[in-house]
Design a protein around this ligand. Structure first.
Ligand code: ADP
Length: 695
């Protein structure tokens, strides 16, 4: 039809030339706007029109882009106006009929006549022509040309415009496809750029700022705001916003489900609303509070680990309406934002924990060093700097072994005694700055950033050491000084006893007996204490000789008999027959037995029995003292052999005594190469057992 019309025109050759020219003109352009402008201007030129429009449709028939030319000038910001035209005007008719139309006088044609909007003057009549741009069956656009003079356009014009439209349709389609692919590339580019920029920081405020900046840029909008779901999950709080009212938006809270943002947060999906004020979800309070006027909104959820943690809103696109892929871009940024925000939150948690540990480390009253497994110092706290006399930087160049002799027996070869739950402690002397400090070193292995490190806590024990030394010095001084006056008392009593034999006065005899027994006890105690401090100082025991077990048992039982009788406790000996002799310093072992027996008697009730027994066991003879008293709790059974250890039974338990007796027994027995231990079920008495080697 078009070509017939052209042929029927004034000059078919001219028309053909024109079409050829148009197709050449258009083939060289790809950019949609350029193509539209050229098509429209060429058409206007050839029909001598004054104004015109060209609307491009996407593949779903929605207006994608458009251009209006008036008196050879392109009019900007045309989207809304054209939407109106497509709904109601002549172009709308062509759009729905897919047919060209000629209106000789617009005032006479109902297709043109439209109700003037309030405030607008009724248009003067004009002449207009409109044609569809079709490629095969797809409608690519609609072109409309006008002339202010009614009747100016005729059927020839219609035919020519249709021919131009046919020719231009391909070029417009190509340009549209190109624009779409361009846009897709831009979307990808925007996302890549946003990703790089957003994740470059670990500070929440900075990340939020970057998200806003990238969103503004990628979405080409006036304002962007970001709200995060509050920890209670009930509200959304705006955390950051750009645009003139940005500062006012920050801190505003809305309920989940309220407004478009609340809807998006609840539903977990994004939305584009081109006319916000008409949307039932729109919540005008925020605008009212900030004075901002929201026209179009795109809103996408911010997700982290599949959970919606907030929403990202883009307001009022600069072009007037959001492009079809706007949501795609915003949702992409929303996802990036979620990950970035989550990272900052995790980072902050780690930072807080790190600071807390650093404070604990720095403020510890004990000096602490962190080293690698070789001992090279990596961290030192303030106390360590003070104790070692170097600043942290210098310490980082040094080695923990520089300051002290590690106890490899305690640590184990290759630190084998250390483990995740195994720490080791030993006493050592620190050499620093010409000073010596007694320390208890606690060593622990830990893992930091996947590497094994050692933690060395150095507890200053100078004071404890000084006290220990003082006590020991005092003790041995007293024992020495006690022994000679005691010896004098003993010999004095012996003389008295001899003198008494002649004159038997039972009262004097019993007083004398008490005096002699008490003196013997004091003497035994003094000797045991002296032995203890000697053995602790590493001296070996006196002179072990083959001794009959029966003799030892007999002597011990005799010594404690008066005490047992006084407390009405029965004593029994249980020595196996034919026992071999044992190697023993008789005096020391007798005192061991007396100690055990005295304890047994002390913790026995009236009428209970204390047994001292001996039996053979391989190369050894096993001696035991068994009572029926309160027994000893399992957890105390090792500790009671330590010096000054006493078992507290109940809040007001019996804690008389110094806790030295068993310490002496252990030293004496072990000095003989034997062992000593206790077997006891609480409430069922205690059985102390020790071994001596046979002679
Ligand atoms: P002391 O008797 O001077 O306190 P020892 O070293 O002899 O010191 O004993 C240490 C602790 O062991 C005692 O305080 C007591 O609590 C506990 N003990 C020792 N022998 C017995 C026993 N036969 N029955 C119960 N407890 C005992």
């Amino acid at each position: 039809m078009a070509s017939d019309a052209v042929k029927a025109g004034a000059s078919s050759r001219e028309s053909l030339e024109l079409l050829y020219h148009i197709s050449r003109e258009l083939a060289s352009a790809l950019e949609l706007r350029t193509v539209l402008e050229r098509v429209l201007k060429l058409s206007l030129e050839n029909v001598e029109g004054i104004s015109g429009s060209l609307i491009v449709l996407d593949n779903k028939g929605r207006a994608l882009d458009s251009i209006i030319v008036y008196k050879n000038k392109v009019i900007e910001e045309t989207n809304l106006q054209l939407k109106f035209t497509l709904d109601q005007g002549l172009a709308g008719w062509v759009f729905s009929q897919r047919e060209a139309a000629l209106v000789r006088d617009t005032s006479q044609d109902p297709r043109w006549q439209r109700t003037p909007r309030t405030g607008e003057k009724a248009e003067p009549p004009k002449s207009t022509v409109s044609a569809p741009l079709l490629v095969r069956d797809e409608l690519v656009g609609v072109i409309t040309l006008t002339h202010p003079e009614p009747g100016f356009f005729n059927d020839d014009t219609l035919a020519l415009v249709q021919a131009i439209a046919d020719q231009a349709a391909f070029a417009v389609l190509n340009a549209r496809l190109y624009a779409e692919s361009q846009r897709r590339t831009q979307v990808l580019g925007a996302l890549v750029e946003s990703a790089a920029s957003i994740s470059a920081s670990l500070q929440l405020d900075e990340v939020l700022k970057r998200i806003l900046k990238q969103t503004t840029k990628a979405m080409e909008v006036e304002a962007v705001s970001l709200a995060l779901v509050e920890p209670d999950g009930k509200n959304l709080a705006f955390r950051a916003a750009t645009g003139g009212s940005g500062k006012k938006v920050e801190g505003v809270k809305i309920k989940m489900g309220q407004g478009i943002a609340g809807w998006v947060a609840n539903e977990g999906k994004g939305v584009v609303v081109q006319e916000a004020q008409d949307d039932p979800r729109f919540y005008p309070e925020v605008d009212a509070a900030t004075g901002y006027e929201t026209e179009a909104v795109a809103c996408a959820p911010i997700r982290a680990d599949e959970k919606v943690i907030g929403v990202l809103e883009a307001l009022n696109p600069v072009s007037g309406a959001f492009a079809s892929d706007a949501l795609l871009v915003l949702e992409g940024i929303g996802n990036l934002a979620g990950t970035a925000i989550q990272h900052t939150q995790l980072f902050q948690q780690v930072e807080v924990a790190r600071k807390r540990y650093l404070e604990l480390f720095e403020d510890s009253v004990d000096p602490i060093l962190i080293t690698d497994c070789e001992g090279k110092i990596q961290e030192a706290n303030r106390q360590a700097e003070i104790l070692l006399g170097f600043d942290e930087e210098t310490l980082h160049q040094m080695d923990v072994h520089h300051f002290h002799q590690a106890d490899w027996k305690a640590l184990g070869k290759d630190l084998s005694n250390l483990g995740p739950d195994k720490s080791v402690s030993y006493e050592s002397v620190l050499h620093s700055d010409g000073n010596e400090t007694n320390v208890e070193m606690y060593v622990r292995q830990a893992e930091v950033d996947g590497y094994d490190v050692l933690q060395w806590i150095m507890r200053d024990i100078t004071e404890r050491k000084n006290l220990d030394n003082l006590r020991e010095d005092l003790a041995s001084m007293i024992y020495h000084d006690l022994r000679s006056p005691l010896a004098n008392v003993v010999s004095g009593l012996d003389v008295l006893e001899m003198m008494l034999a002649a004159d038997e006065d039972p009262t004097i005899r019993s007083v004398l007996d008490i005096a002699m027994r008490s003196t013997e006890r004091v003497q035994r105690l003094a000797t045991s204490l002296l032995d203890t401090s000697r053995m602790e100082a590493g001296q070996s025991i006196g002179n072990p000789e083959p001794t009959a077990a029966t003799d030892l048992v007999q002597a011990a039982l005799e010594a404690v008999l008066p005490g047992a009788e006084a407390r009405q406790v029965k004593l029994e000996g249980a020595v196996a027959k034919n026992l071999p002799k044992v190697l023993a310093d008789a005096e020391m072992i007798r005192r061991v037995m007396i100690n055990l027996l005295e304890n047994a008697i002390k913790y026995s009730q009236e009428d209970q029995t204390v047994t001292l027994g001996a039996k053979r066991h391989g190369d050894e003879v096993e001696f035991w003292v068994q009572d029926q008293g309160r027994g000893i709790p399992k957890e105390e059974q090792e500790r009671i052999f330590e010096k000054f250890a006493r078992v507290q039974i109940g809040a007001t338990g019996n804690t008389k005594g110094l806790g030295l007796g068993l310490a002496y027994c252990k030293l004496a027995v072990e000095g003989h190469g034997g062992r000593i231990w206790v077997e006891s079920e609480p409430g069922e008495g205690a059985k102390f057992i020790f071994t001596l080697q046979t002679a």
